[in-house]
Design a protein around this ligand. Structure first.
Ligand SMILES: CC(C)(COP(=O)(O)OP(=O)(O)OC[C@H]1O[C@@H](n2cnc3c(N)ncnc32)[C@H](O)[C@@H]1OP(=O)(O)O)[C@@H](O)C(=O)NCCC(=O)NCCS
Length: 229
């Protein structure tokens, strides 16, 4: 008799995350689930307002992921607010840019960036929102896409994240090291207007250089000169 279990790191050793003792004596636990989808090639496709449907849908998955750490519940209609994506759609920030991450031709995530005008800075970019679908996580897709987006616009980049978003710090420090070696810094900043929240972490990479994508997996770089919306 074989018990069906997803197994794997997300589910723990037994069915539905129960301990191994949940299996009857003598039953062998399957160790792997269905095959993972192809994790390459990674393409970054410039998103426009005509991509509203796919961005909105991915935006809901993204906000749901973040809601766990943030302790946020959905609205009465089951959706989460997504203010930066709303702002992208109304195009009130001419510096806002978006990309769809496509992997082996499939929809796999999205990226939103905008110019950094905080603290008197000019010329830098903020990587504001970043999402990879769950079935492709820990396959290097996020790293490949983040490095490609940054290297397409050399210079200073900042990324904000919450320390309680599990994996975010490990992910962004890996990305920073990939694009700038040790030339990045991390600081805590209070959340504007929300003193009750823990401070955000902000990672600053002073000088991302343009470059090839060797070592980060295959990816098509987004066009740096493309300003169309
Ligand atoms: C964070 C996120 C973008 C990472 O994407 P990903 O494609 O899984 O990342 P990668 O596979 O490229 O990971 C590269 C490295 O980052 C680190 N890392 C990524 N996710 C991690 C996690 N959950 N825990 C610990 N380390 C992690 C690891 O060092 C990893 O290398 P390894 O798998 O060889 O150990 C993805 O988990 C996601 O979309 N999360 C939900 C939305 C989110 O939190 N976005 C960021 C907002 S600031």
């Amino acid at each position: 008799m074989i018990l069906t279990s997803r197994g794997g790191p997300d589910y723990g050793p037994g069915p539905f995350g129960l301990s191994g003792s949940a299996y009857p004596a003598g039953v062998t636990t399957p160790v792997s689930g269905p095959p993972r989808p192809a994790a390459s090639p990674v393409d970054l496709v410039r998103a426009t307002r005509s991509d509203r449907a796919v961005l909105s849908n991915l935006g809901q998955l993204y906000r749901h992921d973040l809601s766990e750490g943030m302790g946020l519940l959905p609205n009465a209609d089951g959706t989460f607010n997504n203010r930066r994506l709303d702002a992208f759609f109304v195009a009130d920030d001419p510096t806002a840019r978006g990309w769809l991450i496509r992997v082996a031709g499939q929809t796999a995530g999205f990226v939103l960036t905008h110019a950094d005008d905080a603290g008197g800075h000019t010329g830098g970019q903020v990587l504001g929102d970043f999402f990879v679908v769950r079935a492709l996580r820990r396959t290097g897709v996020g790293m490949t896409a983040a490095v490609a987006v940054m290297r397409a616009r050399p210079g200073r980049w900042t990324v904000g994240f919450q320390d309680y978003n599990r994996g975010a710090r490990a992910f962004w420090t890996r990305v920073a090291t990939a694009v700038a070696g040790e030339n990045w810094s991390l600081e805590h900043r209070p959340v504007p207007g929300k003193p009750e929240l823990p401070p955000d972490s902000w990672l600053t990479i002073v000088d991302v250089s343009a470059g090839d994508l060797s070592g980060t997996g295959p990816a098509t770089a987004p066009s740096a000169g493309d300003t169309s919306r």
